[in-house]
Design a binder for this molecule. Structure first.
Ligand code: ATP
Ligand code: MG
Length: 493
């Protein structure tokens, strides 16, 4: 059984008019609709103001003549004011809700040429929202010299994935968003790239809280800032980027800092203070180290997130603030919730979107692009064009991507290493001695804090490694440990 084509179309109270014979010599939208040689129409749902029944009947007769195969169902639809967006949308939404669509057997078209512009906009919105499960059809007079009743038509499918050029455009916009979040650094780590891809999608489509986890220096704060800039660029935010490290919020002032306070609310409250939540209104609040937030502050924050309302310290009336929240932590909040140090209801509120930024050592393939980015950044800040000698570069990368490079403080270490090598490099070129010295510095910084000097065996194992220490004969072990202990002591001084 062939699928039927059904069109929803408003009567053109002006364009469809015409009684005389010459009405067949000019384009009329609804008669034209059923006269498209390549688009047979089975049924027209003709929507019309009740007061235009006469014209509607005329059109039914004309359509019967032009396309006997087409049935027309007249649907009077009272629209006291066809320019009143709310009323028009309501009436058409009711129609869509009550209509017995049969999408298995019928294809639906929605004619957006007749009716007021408000009607046309509402039809478009209902099609886009799939309330009217169909495609749009637009008709117009033919462009040829000779005017015809038929005119011509164009079908518009709002499923944008069908349009290669538009899909490509969206892909480009997404790539730009992702690249923006990565500051243009061409990272290679698949897990990291996927993570940033997802953050991009969520950042431009949702205002739900985001939770960034990850070790210190992994880039949570920096990423939060980029997300803010991206959201602002996409006009999802218009307020400020407000950042606070919750580990610095202590005692009475913690509440005041976050939620504001009135003058005299507590000793030292010499004047009213809006507080960070209100300062972030219409903007973004980045709560770094959220795991350090006190339980009272957590309770207030939860209320503010749920209702957008909270009570400044010392105030009688609640205030309102709407902000995008990003929380950062290098703690395991789930464990903290189990331990009672973090409210599980607040965690549930902020962890809808949770991402763990990997440590630098877990994405060694990204060290090179980040190194070049840092080199460029440090160089530009110093007004120099910093580069490596080829062998020096290879030497540093071998070390930096190797198993010994633990990058304990992640980008802080990388940034500091580039800063130091850039500063110490003869001229603008980082040479091998500079690299070797930097490798030693980093290894010293990453060396596990040594065990207590009188712990002989541990000292030997720490320096020589388990197997070598085990091979030492007892006498040599004591001797060597003593030498090491003395060396260490002198180093410590
Ligand atoms: N992708 C990156 N490339 C280069 N440098 C970076 C990158 N991400 C962060 N940095 C730099 O590394 C340092 C640490 O980054 P950031 O403060 O964002 O880390 P964090 O994860 O918030 O750390 P913490 O847990 O200590 O708050 C900053 O100086 C930042 O500018
Ligand atoms: Mg941070």
């Amino acid at each position: 059984m062939a699928r039927r084509t059904v069109v929803f179309s408003f009567l053109g109270v002006t364009l469809d008019r015409g009684h005389a014979a010459k009405r067949w010599k000019r384009w009329r939208p609804n008669p034209g609709l059923v006269s498209q040689p390549d688009l047979p129409i089975d049924r027209v749902e003709l929507l019309h103001p009740p007061e235009s029944t006469l014209l509607a009947d005329q059109i039914v007769a004309d359509i019967a003549e032009l396309s006997p195969r087409t049935t027309v169902v007249c649907r009077p639809i009272p629209l006291p004011d066809a320019w009143d967006f709310e009323a028009v949308y309501g009436a058409l939404h009711d129609l869509a809700r009550s209509y017995p669509f049969d999408v298995d057997a019928e294809d639906y078209l929605v004619h957006i040429t007749t009716g007021t512009h408000v009607i046309q906009i509402c039809l478009f919105l209902l099609v886009e929202a799939r309330e009217l499960p169909g495609r749009l059809i637009q008709t117009e007079p033919s462009r040829g010299r000779e005017a015809t009743v038929a005119g011509q038509h164009r079908i518009i499918d709002l499923d944008l994935s069908r349009y290669a050029a538009i899909a490509e455009r969206f892909a480009t916009v997404r790539e730009q968003g992702t690249s923006f979040l990565k500051e243009g650094i061409e990272t290679r780590n698949a897990a990291y790239n996927q993570l940033i891809d997802q953050i991009e999608q969520v950042a431009v489509r949702s205002d739900m809280p985001l939770l960034l986890m990850g070790p210190t220096g992994a880039g949570k704060t920096r990423l939060a800032r980029r997300i803010y800039d991206l959201k602002k660029a996409r006009r999802r935010l218009k307020g400020e980027f407000v950042e606070v490290n919750c580990a610095t919020l202590r005692g009475d002032s913690a509440m005041g800092a976050l939620f504001g306070h009135t003058r005299g609310a507590f000793t030292g409250a010499v004047k009213d203070r809006p507080g960070l939540l209100r300062t972030a209104d219409q903007g973004l609040l980045f709560l770094d180290e959220i795991g350090e937030l006190g339980l009272d502050e957590q309770a207030m924050l939860l209320r503010a997130l749920e209702s957008g309302r909270f009570l400044p310290v010392g105030a009688d009336h609640e205030v309102h603030s709407q902000f995008q929240l990003i929380a950062g932590t290098n703690r395991d909040l789930r464990q903290a919730a189990l331990d009672g140090a973090f409210r599980s209801d607040l965690l549930a509120r902020i962890d809808t979107w949770t991402w763990s930024l990997p440590a630098l050592k877990d994405r060694p393939e990204d060290i090179e692009p980040n190194l070049d980015f840092e080199l460029d950044r440090v160089g530009r800040a110093a007004g120099r064009r910093l580069r490596f000698h080829q062998e020096a570069r290879a030497r540093f990368l071998r070390f930096a991507m190797g198993p010994d490079a633990t990058w304990d403080r992640n980008f802080r270490d990388l940034g500091a290493a580039v800063q130091r090598m850039g500063t110490l490099a003869p001229g603008d070129r980082i040479d091998e001695p500079t690299v070797l010295a930097e490798m030693q510095r980093l290894q010293a910084a990453w060396a596990p804090a040594g065990p207590p000097v009188d712990d002989r065996d541990a000292l030997l194992i720490a320096i020589l490694g388990e197997s070598a220490a085990a091979e030492l004969d007892r006498f040599d072990a004591v001797q060597l440990a003593e030498v090491l202990r003395v060396c260490r002591q002198s180093q410590a001084r």
